[in-house]
Design a protein around this ligand. Sequence first.
Ligand SMILES: [Zn+2]
Length: 889
Amino acid sequence: MKLPFLLIAGLALGVASALHAEESAKEIECVKTSTFLAPPDSPDHRQYVPDRAINVLNLAIDVTPDFTKRTVTAKTTIKFKPIAMPLPELALDAVDLRVTSVQSSATMLEYQVTDTKIMVTFAQPIPADKEAWVAVEYHAEPAKGLYFRTPEMGYRPGDTHLFTQGEPIEARHWYPCPDAPNQKFTSEITCRVPEGMTVISNGRKGSETTDAATGLVTVTWRQEKPHANYLISLCAGYFEKLEDRYRDIPLAFYTPPSDINEAMNSFRDTKDMMAFFEEEIGVPYPWPKYDQVVVNDFVAGGMENTSATTLTDHTLFTDATENLRSSQGLVAHELAHQWFGDLVTCKDWSSLWLNEGFATYYAHLYDGHKHGRDFLLYGLYNSARGIVNRTDARPIVERKYDQPGEMFSYLAYQKGGWVLHMLRSQLGEDLYRRCIKTWLERHAYGSVVTEDLNRVIEELSGRSYDQFFDQWVYHGGVPDLEATYAWDARTKLARVSLKQNQRLGEGVLLFNFPLTVRFKTKSATVDHAITVKQKSEDFYFALAEAPIIVRIDPEYTLLARVKFDPPAAMLDAQLADQADVIGRLLAVEALGRKRDKDTVVKLKRTLNNDPFHGVRVEAAKALRTIHSDEALDALLASTKQPDARVRRQVFDAIGGFYHEKASAGKTAGLKEEKNPDIQAAIIEELGGYPHAEVREILRQSLNSTSYRNAVADAAVRALRRAHDPTWIEPLMHNLRSRQADYTSRGFASALDTLAVLARDEAGQREEVREFVVVYVNDPRRPVRVGALNALGTLEDQRAVAVLQKFSLALAGSPEHRAATNALHRIANAKRPLEGLGNLQTQVLDLQKENHELRQSFKTLEQKLDALTPTLAPPRKSTPALTSPRGRAR
Ligand SMILES: [Zn+2]
C-alpha cells in the first residue's frame, strides 16, 4: 500500500515526526458484500473475498477532468466473460457517480444506480465464457479516489494537478469497477487535458493528439499485463520531470514545477535500486517503465501503482539537511512493491502482509546493500523495538476486521518484514532467493495467500513450515524470552536457561524456533545451534575456557523480546566488540538502565567513538535516560558531532533535561548550527525556558524563512511547550500574514497550538475560536481537519454548533472523525459556557445554599420551640441568630 506517514518517518532515516500526523487522513469504506457472514459488531464477524461472477478482460476509462469545478466527465468500458454460470445481472462498485447512460453489447432490460452500485440487468443471461462489454457514462465530483490540487484550493497556480488513489477501495469513487484485489485485468486510461499538462498512468504510453475543437490534448496509456483494480493510477497536470534509464527501462521522476529543484535528491538511487532488486529477487522488473510522481498533500506516503508510483511531496528535501533526510526508504519500499503487491497481489486484505511485509523487508535489504550489514541490522533492530513491546495478540493474517484500512498496521509492515527476515535466516540466502523467485514466477500476474508461499518453501527446502507460519502469521505475539547464564569452572560447562514468558492462550502459542548461542573466549568464537520449544529449558555447553562474551541470537535472526543481563564485565566486552553491532546496541540499552558515573563515562566514550552512527545515536539516548548531572555534562561535551544524525540526537537528548546548563548549551549550539533540521530540534526544546533570550530566538524563528517552513514549524512546537498565552497574538499574526509559507500540515498543527495556548484564557478564547473557525471550510483538507481538531483542543462550548454540522454531514470522512472527536473533547472537558454558563452555576449554587439555610432555620426554630415551650414564639427575623442572609455571607 501506500505507506502511512508513521512508517515513512521511520524509513526515511528519522525524518521529523511531524509527518505522521496525517496517517488518519486515509479513509476507507467498508466493503458491503454478501461475504459478511455476521454483522460487523459481532465477535464472529469475518471478511472473505467477494465472488467473481465475471472474468474482467479489460477496463478502459476515458476521462475529462474539469480543474476549475474539480469534477470529471468520463466513460468506463468493462470487457468481461461470465465465469461458469450465465450472468443475468452485472453489479459494479460505484459511489456517487451521476450516471448519464449505460450501454452494453448484450441487450439490457434496465439498469439501476444505487449509492454504492450500478446494477445492469440483461434481457437474457449472458452465457458463461461469452465475451461482452458494458459502458457507463457519468459525471463525478469525487470525495475520494481522485483528488485535485488547484489554486482555488490554496496550491500554487503553476502546480495545478490531480492524482488518484485506488487502494484499498477508493477507485469506485471515480469509476465503476469490480473493486477487489482478487482479480486482474488489463487497463487503459485516456485523459483529456489542457495543453501544457502532462498525463501519467500505468503501462505504455499510446497516442497523444490535440483535439482541434476543444483544444484539449488527449493522452492514452495502456497497461498490457493484467493487474489489480486498486493499482490503476492517473496523475494529470503541470509537472516537470527528471529522466534516467535502467537497461531498456525508462525511469522518470515527476514533481509539480515549483518542486523540481529538489527532485534529484529523491530520484538519485532509483536506478541502483532497480539493479539491486533484480539481482536479489531474481525476476526482471516486470513492467515497461517506472515513473514516480510527486503530488501535493498526497493522502499517504507513497502508493505503488503499477509502473506509476505516487509519492508525497513531504519526501522532498534540500542538501542543507545533510544526511538527516532521505527518500531512500520510501522509494525502495514502493519499488519493491512492483514485484510484491503488483506482480503478485494479496488475494484479499487479510493477506496484506504479502504486499507490505515484502516491501518493508526489501527496503531493509537495500539499506544493507547500499550502506552495509550494520545498517540493515540497525533497521531491523528499530523495527523490532516497535513490535516486541506491544501487548495485542492479533495475528498477521486476520479475517476479523471492519474496514480494509485496519489491516495496514505494524503487523503487515514491520512484523511481516521480520517474518521474511526469519525465513531468510533459517533457509539461508540462496535457498530463500530460490523460493521467492519460484513463488513470484509461479504466481506472476495472479493473486496469492500465505499458503502459496508456504507450499513453495516446503517444496524447495524439503522442510515443514506449517508450524512456522502457524505461530508467526496465523497466531499473534512474539516470544518473551528470559535468559540466564552460569559458568561451572569445575566441569567447564556453560549453562544457558531459557524461559518463554509470553502469556499463552488462544491467540498466542508457545514458540518453536532455532536459536544460536555464541560464546566468545580469549582465543575463539564458538556457536551452538539449539532449538527452543519448551516453556522452560536448560542448555549446557562444554567450553575450553570461560567465555568473555555470551550472546543469545548473535546474528539477529529471531523476533523476540529478550531479557538477558550478562555480568558487567561481559557487557563491557560486548560494548567493545567492533564485529557485533547488535551486541553493542544491546549493551548500550543495558547501560541505559544504570545510573553510576562509570556507566556515564562508558556511554560518553561510545557516543564519541563507536564506528557505527546508530550505536552513537543510541548512546546519546541512553545518557538522556540516565538523566544525571554527569550525563548532561557528557552530552554537552559531545555536541560537535560531524555526523548530523548523531548531532541531532545529542541536542535532542540535551533537550530532555530542564537545566540552565542545558538551555545555555542549546542556545550556544544554535548559533553555530547550519542544518535547519537540527536548528528545528534545538528550537523546539527551548520552548520550556522562560528566558528573554529564548523568547527572542522563538520570535525570530517564527518569522524565519526555511524550506517548507521547517524552522518556523519548530518555533510553533516550542510555543506549544512554552504554554505562555502572551504568544497568542504573535502566533495569530504570524499565521495571518504568512499563511502561504506554511505547509498544509504545518498550518494545521499551528492552529492546534493556538488552541492549546488559548484554552485556559477566557479573555482570548473567543478571538481564537473565531480565527480558527474560518479554516473549517478551507479548500485544503489537512487545514480543514486541523481546524476541527483545534476547536476540540480549545474545549469551547461555543464551537459545538459548528462541529455538529461536520459530525452529521460527512459520515466516514476525516472531517467527520475530527469533528466527532472534538465534540467528545468538549463534552468531557465540561467547561461551562462563558458568561451564561457561570451565571447559571452561581444561581444554582445560591439556590442550593438558600435551601440549606431554610432547612437549618427550620431545625433551629423547632429546637428552640422544644427548649422554650413557655416562651413567646421566636421572632423569625432575628438577624443575629438565623438570618439566611447573614449566613450566606
Ligand atoms: Zn507499501
